[in-house]
Design a protein around this ligand. Structure first.
Ligand SMILES: C[S@@+](CC[C@H](N)C(=O)[O-])C[C@H]1O[C@@H](n2cnc3c(N)ncnc32)[C@H](O)[C@@H]1O
Length: 283
């Protein structure tokens, strides 16, 4: 088991590099993830990993350690309703509003192994054939190098496919790949994967119509959640749509968004909060 000093070092680094907060109960998790990392990089133990990181001469190992402590849980069409809303309300609305420019950009801000952006791509390909004449871009970003490499490869095990992928879409958009499956180019070419740290990246993401930023705010403390919602607000067009995860909200965190019900889902719309109101001085 990691010593308290080792766990504290891991905790501090993970927080400062990714924003992810590890509470005391995560000491066991840290130990088992770092034991796996030690095996992967040919070290003897989690303690050796931490000692090497502490010595400060192995930036790649430090990054791997931070990445090892993220949770990458995801699935195809996770939580269903946001994808329904995309299909039945949002894309039709955007196609009307963007008819002159014929451009649509969707950002998946913590895309993990890619199931979320590929699900978005399937909604677009399956239900909106006329978008083929448009400039459509799904920008899928995440912090983790290895996770992004998996996402880019588009390769999924039978078990991953079993989590949420309808049979008809599987037959249409995936090919057999050994015992698993690989995404076809028709989807892959809609999605651009890029490494992007929501906490510290300085390049703005640009201007997007829809943001999926789901199941990532839960790992951050309140000031970080606020800063990342600010980043989302800065990237979203004024009439754009923000989806958060099922247990996430902007409520009590950021007053620059309004929650809008949409079928069985809800999204957040940018509110024009304007400059701070001048308050009368006391006395
Ligand atoms: C639980 S997954 C969510 C995946 C997907 N959005 C979904 O809802 O199924 C959370 C993802 O957030 C990523 N993440 C954590 N901290 C991050 C940061 N500071 N910047 C970008 N991505 C981060 C993790 O690498 C992980 O892949």
């Amino acid at each position: 088991m990691l010593s308290t000093a080792d766990f504290n070092l891991v905790r501090d680094l993970v927080r400062s590099r990714s924003g992810v907060v590890l509470d005391d109960e995560k000491a066991y998790l840290a130990d088992s993830r770092l034991r796996q990392l030690a095996k992967d990089v040919g070290m003897a133990s989690a303690t050796e990993v931490v000692a090497t990181v502490r010595a400060g001469r192995n930036a790649a190992l430090t990054q791997k350690m931070v990445e090892a402590m993220t949770t990458n849980e995801t699935s195809f069409f996770r939580d269903g309703h946001p994808f329904e809303a995309l299909q039945t309300v949002i894309v039709p609305e955007l196609m009307r509003r963007r008819a002159a420019e014929r451009r649509l950009t969707i950002w998946c801000g913590a895309c993990s192994t890619g199931q979320e952006p590929y699900s978005v791509a399937m909604v677009l390909r399956e239900h909106f054939p006329s978008l083929s004449g448009w400039d459509v871009r799904i920008l899928a970003t995440d912090l983790c190098t290895d996770i992004l490499a998996r996402a880019r490869s588009g390769r999924y095990t039978q078990m991953e496919i079993g989590r949420g992928m309808p049979q008809d879409l599987l037959a249409k958009y995936f090919d057999r790949d050994g015992t698993g499956w690989v995404v076809r180019d028709t989807l892959r070419k809609l999605v651009e994967f890029r490494q992007y740290n929501l906490l510290s990246e300085t390049t703005p993401i640009g201007s997007v119509d829809v943001i999926f930023m789901r199941n990532v705010l839960i790992y951050f403390d309140i000031p970080t959640k606020h800063a990342i919602l600010d980043r989302a607000r800065g990237a979203l067009r004024t009439d754009g749509y923000l989806f958060l995860g099922g247990s996430e909200t902007t409520w009590n965190l950021h007053d620059g968004f309004a929650r809008v019900p949409c079928g069985r889902a809800h999204f957040y719309r940018v509110l024009n909060i304007g400059p701070p109101v001048a308050r009368p001085r006391a006395g």
